[in-house]
Write a protein that binds this ligand. Structure first.
Ligand code: BDR
Ligand code: CA
Length: 317
C-alpha cells in the first residue's frame, strides 16, 4: 500500500481533533509528526489537546512540537466561543501522559522533512505562523516540501469577518509568506469547509461504539452541537486531510490568489481572481504578488463523510 507522508500543523480545536484522529488512524497516511500553533486557543492548550487526541486514537509515538505563541504581527484572537474554554469542547479529560517533543515546531519540521525518504505533504489546519517561520528559517529544507494542502481562506465569503476566514485572518502576513513561497499550494477553504457534517444521531452512535476513538469523536461532536446549537456540525479541518489521499472526491481549480495584509475591512481576505479568461486579458491582473493556488470548490459530501466515519469507527456500516 502506498502511504502519504504527512505533517499536520494544528490549533486543536474541535475540528482539528477530527482531522488528527483521521490522520492517525487512516492506513494510507504516514503521520510523521504534528506541530502546534496559537489559533483557536493558546499554544500550550493546543499541545495538551493534541496529545489527548492522539491518546484517543491509540496512536504510536508521533512527535508533537510547540510552535508560535502569537501571530507575526498583531495580537492573538482566540475562538473559544466556538471550541470551548479549553479549545476542545470542555470534555474534562485527564491530561495526557505523552511527552511533548523538546524541539520547536520549525526544528521538528526541518528534521522530519530532511529524514523522510518519501515526499512530505504539509497540512496546516491553523494560522500559518509556524509554516511561514519555517520557510524563512530553513529555506533549503523548505525546497524539499512536496506540497502544502491547507485549511484556510475562501474564494467566496469569510467567517471571522465578512471578508476573511479565521486561519488567514489570524495571521495574514504569515499566510502571504506561505502563498508566495513557490511551494505548490492547495487551499481547502470556506467554499467547502462547512459541507461534510455529522448529526446528533450519528454522534450518539459513535459514543456507544466500542472503540475509544469513536467514543471520543462522538463526545466531541455532541459538545460542538450543544455549544453551537446546530446539527449537523461540520467536520471542518478533516476535509483538507481527506483531499490529500482522496483527490478524486474533490473538485479544484487554479486561480491567482493574493492575501490582503492591509489593516482595512478586507484584512486576511484571500482574493481569488475568478474572472473569465477574456476579461483577465482585457484587464491584466492588478493583484500584486499573486500566487497560483489550487482552490477546492466542490466535493462529494456523502463519500467524504463516510470516509471519516469508517476510519474513526471500524465497525461503522
Ligand atoms: C478554521 O478556524 C478554526 O476555528 C477551525 O479549526 C478551522 O481551522 C475555520 O475558519
Ligand atoms: Ca483549525
Amino acid at each position: 500500500m502506498n502511504k502519504t507522508s504527512m505533517i499536520l500543523d494544528v490549533d486543536t480545536g474541535v475540528d482539528d481533533a477530527f482531522a488528527v484522529l483521521f490522520a492517525a488512524l487512516h492506513p494510507e497516511i504516514k503521520l510523521l509528526g504534528i506541530t502546534c500553533v496559537d489559533g483557536n486557543t493558546n499554544v500550550d492548550q493546543v499541545v495538551a489537546n493534541t496529545l489527548k487526541t492522539l491518546d484517543a486514537a491509540g496512536a504510536g509515538d508521533i512527535p508533537v512540537a510547540r510552535g508560535a505563541m502569537r501571530p507575526l504581527l498583531g495580537k492573538s484572537q482566540y475562538a473559544e466561543y466556538v471550541h470551548g474554554a479549553d479549545g476542545m469542547g470542555d470534555l474534562g479529560m485527564a491530561p495526557s501522559k505523552r511527552k511533548i517533543d523538546p524541539r520547536s515546531a520549525v526544528e521538528l519540521l526541518r528534521d522530519l522533512i530532511e529524514e523522510s525518504k518519501e515526499p512530505v505533504t504539509i497540512v496546516p489546519l491553523a494560522p500559518l505562523t509556524n509554516i511561514a517561520l519555517f520557510l524563512r528559517v530553513f529555506p533549503e529544507t523548505a525546497k524539499k516540501i512536496h506540497r502544502i494542502v491547507l485549511m484556510g481562506g475562501s474564494a467566496s465569503a469569510g467567517n471571522a469577518t465578512a471578508a476573511a476566514e479565521f486561519n488567514i485572518w489570524h495571521d495574514p502576513e504569515a499566510a502571504a509568506i506561505v502563498f508566495q513561497s513557490g511551494v505548490p499550494i492547495t487551499m481547502y477553504g470556506l467554499d467547502v469547509f462547512m459541507r461534510p457534517g455529522i448529526t446528533r444521531g450519528e454522534a450518539t452512535r459513535l459514543k456507544n461504539a466500542t472503540e475509544p476513538s469513536a467514543q471520543f469523536a462522538g463526545a466531541l461532536v455532541e459538545a460542538f452541537i450543544e455549544r453551537l446549537h446546530v446539527s449537523p456540525i461540520t467536520l471542518g479541518d478533516f476535509g483538507a486531510v481527506a483531499s490529500v489521499i482522496h483527490p478524486e472526491l474533490f473538485t479544484t481549480e487554479m486561480f491567482d490568489v493574493v492575501v490582503d495584509t492591509s489593516w482595512g475591512p478586507a484584512r486576511g481576505q484571500t482574493i481569488c481572481d475568478r474572472r473569465d479568461a477574456f476579461l483577465k486579458e482585457l484587464e491584466p491582473l492588478d493583484l500584486v504578488d499573486a500566487a497560483k493556488v489550487r482552490v477546492t470548490l466542490d466535493l462529494d459530501v456523502e463519500a467524504v463523510r463516510q470516509l471519516w466515519l469508517k476510519t474513526i469507527d471500524k465497525g461503522w456500516v
